[in-house]
Write a protein that binds this ligand. Structure first.
Ligand SMILES: Nc1ncnc2c1ncn2[C@@H]1O[C@H](COP(=O)(O)OP(=O)(O)OP(=O)(O)O)[C@@H](O)[C@H]1O
Ligand SMILES: [Mg+2]
Length: 206
């Protein structure tokens, strides 16, 4: 994937988030403050306005700009967390012109490190990490098994969505969801679901 395709993909991600904005906000209602879809849509809208001016930038710069835009435009937890994820991914791809599956793995690994550094959560606490880490495992597995790009990205999405679903029985110990204690049980984590939507967008791109 080159820089022009990356910009197209980011437009598609923005459309995907917008399409599911109300559902993401609904997921945030029982365990949070009913704003996850609104937050994500606001961030991606601000990004949309910038994307076309980034056409002659490299993929690293584009991803870092996405990160900075999300940090500056989205309040709450998800802006800084997703923003850090994109900034780390961008840093990891310095000097790259064409993103391969291997590069995607390096970038996603780095994004996860960023989220962990920023949010101090780990897998099993009902956050976006519960979708991100299985997605990376699925990606690495598929690369090792030399699956086609299409099969690999299908696998990444499946693992991300399964990971998001795995938050349903969890008690959240990070973010606002931790305030509701055991009442978080039975609810899908909104940030894990929005990450699964981003992986679905990548899958649909190929
Ligand atoms: N410490 C954390 N580490 C990783 N992800 C987190 C953390 N805290 C919150 N999240 C993710 O952020 C999502 C909530 O994002 P939202 O846009 O609703 O921001 P918010 O209302 O400020 O969040 P929160 O209420 O969780 O602090 C959660 O569903 C979870 O996936
Ligand atoms: Mg919220």
């Amino acid at each position: 994937m080159n820089n022009i395709q990356l910009i197209k993909l980011l437009h598609n991600m923005s459309a995907k988030i917008n399409e599911h904005k109300d559902y993401l906000t609904e997921l945030d209602q029982p365990i949070g403050d009913s704003d996850h879809g609104i937050n994500m849509a606001r961030g991606f809208k601000a990004l949309e306005d910038k994307l076309d001016s980034l056409k002659d930038k490299d993929v690293s710069t584009i991803l870092k700009t996405v990160g900075m835009t999300l940090v500056s435009q989205v309040g709450g937890s998800s802006g800084p967390l997703y923003g850090t994820a994109f900034m780390y991914a961008g840093n990891a791809l310095n000097g790259i012109n064409e993103i391969t599956l291997n590069d995607f793995s390096i970038a996603l690994n780095s994004a996860i490190e960023g989220v962990k550094m920023r949010g101090k959560a780990s897998v099993g606490e009902a956050t976006m990490l519960d979708a991100m880490v299985p997605a990376l495992d699925g990606l690495n597995q598929a690369i090792n098994n030399k699956l086609s790009i299409k099969d690999t990205l299908n696998n990444v999405y499946d693992k991300a969505q399964q990971g998001a679903n795995s938050t349903i029985p969890m008690i959240a110990t990070k973010g606002r969801a931790s305030y509701v204690g055991e009442r978080a049980i039975g609810h899908l984590d909104p940030g894990a679901q929005s990450f699964a939507y981003l992986m679905e967008t990548i899958k649909e791109f190929y």
